[in-house]
Design a protein around this ligand. Structure first.
Ligand SMILES: NC(=O)c1ccc[n+]([C@@H]2O[C@H](COP(=O)([O-])OP(=O)(O)OC[C@H]3O[C@@H](n4cnc5c(N)ncnc54)[C@H](O)[C@@H]3O)[C@@H](O)[C@H]2O)c1
Length: 349
């Protein structure tokens, strides 16, 4: 039966990279049925809608019930300075569908794309699991006396036993299933002594269930340094929402830039959401210059999660071959536009 995929191209370069990625999914031969939604800054500015059925949750239930996966381009537009629509659609879906695993593989496809000295494809190949439903992103807090010199702003970080436990467990299970031997948890428990003590407790509780996996801990600042100095020491990294957001941009840089990075927002066994790591890049929008690879590799993650691992693998191989041949967009040194770079991948499929 065809997999039902809700497609949200969104804003800016999102529209261009999603168009290229949909062509690749179709060419890969997986039976899919796309339903496209116009949720975006344009729609919000036109009629005030972010995600239809946001307020009473009906929009999220529809996504859950009517679709097997959600595929998003990017959301963000300078005409919506508070990013309201992006927050409702992206964070709303992550929270409402309880997509607690943010899965971000970091794999260097070609040595010449790595900005580090003396580092090759053998050195950059790890995954980051970012907790995706808690932390500093839940919007807890408030402002007193806003826009005065007396302003007080509080942003609270939420860590629950359940939330930390399930992402740590997922990271270890992933390592076990893939035959990976190292899991590193990163926090800031030396300074954030309440919330991150919970991360310490849970990590120490779960790690002994995986005796063949080396479990290590790093403070997030040390991890940021070591990712640049010795990325080869990592297989699986697990961390909270904010730290994961930041270090996966370091990961994207190690892969050749934001245009190369893919992600999945996953609740195992349920409707999950896939999107490139990059944003809507307003300066690049509409110019046919955005790199479609992050979106195409996100499509591959989506197919893999939908049980089409072979299609996913063929897409990854086609991307890799196009990158090796230099048939890419300019951000990674090629001469092509978005649609031509997509076509170069299509040909190889
Ligand atoms: N998940 C998302 O939808 C998401 C993620 C990050 C930012 N945003 C939003 O996107 C808007 C722009 O944010 P930003 O400028 O901080 O980040 P961005 O990722 O949109 O762009 C930063 C820079 O990275 C480069 N870049 C990004 N994607 C690229 C691609 N596919 N090909 C080539 N180069 C690429 C460009 O030089 C770009 O100017 C904001 O509104 C922000 O809130 C959305």
């Amino acid at each position: 039966m065809a997999k039902r995929i809700a497609v949200v191209p969104g804003d800016g370069i999102g529209k261009e990279v999603i168009a290229a990625a949909l062509d690749v999914i179709r060419a890969a031969g997986a039976p899919v049925a796309f339903t496209e939604f116009d949720w975006s800054a344009d729609r919000y500015l036109k009629d005030g809608t972010t995600l239809p059925g946001y307020a009473d949750g009906a929009g999220f239930r529809k996504l859950e019930n009517d679709f097997d996966a959600i595929f998003v381009g990017a959301l963000g537009d300078p005409r919506v300075p508070d990013n309201r629509h992006a927050r409702d659609i992206l964070l709303g879906t992550r929270f409402e569908l309880d997509l607690y695993v943010n899965y971000r593989p970091v794999r260097l496809l070609d040595d010449r794309l790595c900005p580090l000295k003396n580092r090759t494809r053998d050195h950059v190949n790890f995954v980051v699991f970012r907790e995706n439903t808690e932390g500093l992103y839940v919007g807890a807090g408030g402002r007193m006396r806003p826009d005065t010199e007396e302003e007080i702003a509080v942003q609270e970080e939420i860590n629950t036993y359940k939330g930390v436990h399930r992402i740590v467990r997922y990271a270890f299970e992933f390592a076990r299933q893939r035959g990976l031997t190292r899991v590193c948890m990163a926090d800031k428990s030396n300074a954030m002594t309440h919330g991150h003590a919970l991360w310490q407790r849970v990590f120490k509780e779960v790690a002994p269930d995986y005796p063949s996996i080396e479990a290590t801990h790093l403070y997030i600042d040390a991890l940021a340094m070591l990712l640049v100095q010795t990325p080869e020491r990592f297989d699986v990294i697990v961390t909270n929402n904010l730290f994961g957001d930041i270090i996966t941009d370091i990961g994207a840089a190690l892969q050749g830039g934001l245009g190369m990075a893919a992600s999945g927002n996953i609740h195992p066994g349920r409707t999950s959401m896939f999107e490139p790591v990059h944003g809507s890049a307003p300066p690049l929008a509409g110019k046919n210059v955005a790199n479609p690879i992050g979106a195409i590799l996100s499509a591959a993650l989506m197919l893999e999660t939908l049980g089409r691992a072979e299609d996913a693998q063929r897409i990854e191989q086609a991307v890799e071959a196009a990158v090796h041949a230099g048939e890419t967009t300019q951000d990674i040194g090629g001469p092509l536009g978005t649609s031509e770079a997509g076509a170069a991948i299509l040909r190889r499929l």
